[in-house]
Design a protein around this ligand. Structure first.
Ligand SMILES: *Cc1c(COP(=O)(O)O)cnc(C)c1O
Length: 386
């Protein structure tokens, strides 16, 4: 298999090298307060075997991946939820089962492998919490030095994780967007490979493995996915999910990309607003949602995410914080899967959109992060006895 970058803006081709992050031409039009322009996408040429292993369908060879079991997460068949809502083919893709407790490990895993292949020791990133704890954990397995810019408002568990894994932590007095800017300035000045989400194209490519696994897990029971629900912040998971299904379609193993529901919080809805504004992003709006992992003012992968949604007739929907809190509690109580608020957001989206879906459809909810990562917000959905 041969891999190369294609610019999602101008279709130009590039070799995959550590110093290339965004398209040199398209990124010149970059304004400060908008999503990234010139996002590079990994393209492939070659035959994909029917029984492929997702790890062999990535642009870094298998031997460079660090010894930590990322991915291969279970696909649950939640009997009680199925019965309650009358969806006999409802599935939960449990990405809380990743080593650091979130789907972010898929991106960190590929970035770590790429760094090892190119003998890079230092990785720099900004995070709302999970990308940082993930890169720190996967980096620990790989023997990499991680420098992390984290807003002071990040849930303590995510910060503690990163420190336990041995990352160098810079606490930022401001939001994620400020942490992002500071991390970019730092890596430009001091060097190190940036793992900033969307900016490093391998973050999108790494996250595609969740779609490859869903495809394979349903293939085992002779099914294909009809609807997939994804929670959306920067839109990198969404982009990765589309990329994974598109790759399997391109390889001739799947007929069509499923209908994807991009679920955002009402208080962090930039992609939803852009979808209803011909793909244009207006001035950033300050985000407020209890789901910290999807709280972003400027979704870094916004243009790419909108393009995917529009080209594949995806849906963009919003849920309130109240709906997220209720969905988190209900998911835990009725299935046994305890997710953080952003992790339960896909379920909240399903509850809102389910009347639009045929009851016999194969519906997959991607549960992106563990409930233990944010106890403070989980307290809002329960009553603690005296
Ligand atoms: C990062 C994250 C998301 C959103 O992913 P984006 O790529 O930013 O859209 C959703 N849920 C959890 C738990 C996350 O950590």
């Amino acid at each position: 298999m041969k891999y190369f970058y294609v610019c999602s803006g101008c279709d130009k081709h590039f070799d995959i090298t550590p110093d290339l992050m965004v398209c040199p031409q398209c990124s010149q039009a970059q304004r400060e307060d908008e999503p990234l322009r010139g996002i590079l996408e990994v393209a492939f040429e070659g035959e994909l075997p029917r029984d492929f292993d997702p790890l062999d369908f990535l642009p870094v060879e298998r031997q460079y991946f660090p010894p930590i079991p990322v991915g291969n997460t279970p696909l649950w068949a939640p009997q009680r939820l199925r019965a309650k809502y009358g969806f006999p083919n409802l599935f939960l893709k449990d990405d809380t089962a990743n080593p650091t407790g979130s789907l972010k490990d898929r991106a960190s895993y590929l970035v770590a492998a790429f760094a090892r292949k190119h003998q890079i020791r230092d990785i720099v990133l900004a995070s709302t919490g999970n990308a940082g704890s993930s890169m720190a954990g996967v980096g620990a397995a790989a023997g990499l030095h991680i420098t992390l810019f984290l807003p002071k408002s990040a849930p303590p568990a995510k910060m503690v994780q990163a420190l336990q894994y041995g990352a160098k932590l810079i606490r930022v007095d401001g939001n994620y967007d400020l942490a992002y800017d500071q991390s970019m300035a730092y890596s430009h000045e001091k060097g190190g490979l940036s793992r900033n989400t969307a900016y490093n194209p391998l973050t999108i490519e790494g996250k595609k493995t969740v779609a490859l696994e869903i495809f394979k897990q349903l293939q085992q029971v002779r099914q294909t996915p009809d609807y997939v629900f994804v929670s959306v912040g920067d839109g990198v998971i969404l982009g990765g999910v589309y990329k994974g299904f598109r790759d399997v379609v391109k390889a001739g193993l799947l007929e069509k990309v499923p209908t994807i529901y991009a679920v955002q919080a009402e208080g962090s809805s930039a992609i939803f607003r852009a979808i209803h504004n011909k793909g244009q992003f207006g001035m950033p709006v300050s985000s407020t949602t209890i789901a910290d992992s999807i709280s972003v003012d400027i979704p870094r992968n916004g243009y790419y995410a909108c393009k995917q949604i529009l080209e594949h007739q995806g849906r963009s929907i919003l849920v309130s914080d109240e709906q997220i809190i209720q969905a988190q509690k209900e998911l835990a109580t009725e299935s046994g899967l305890f997710a953080e608020p952003a992790g339960a957001t896909a379920f909240a989206g399903f509850l809102k959109a389910r009347t639009e879906l045929p009851a016999d459809a194969n519906v997959v909810l991607i549960i992106t992060g563990s409930g233990l990562k944010d106890i403070a917000n989980a307290m809002k959905g329960i009553a603690v006895p005296e």
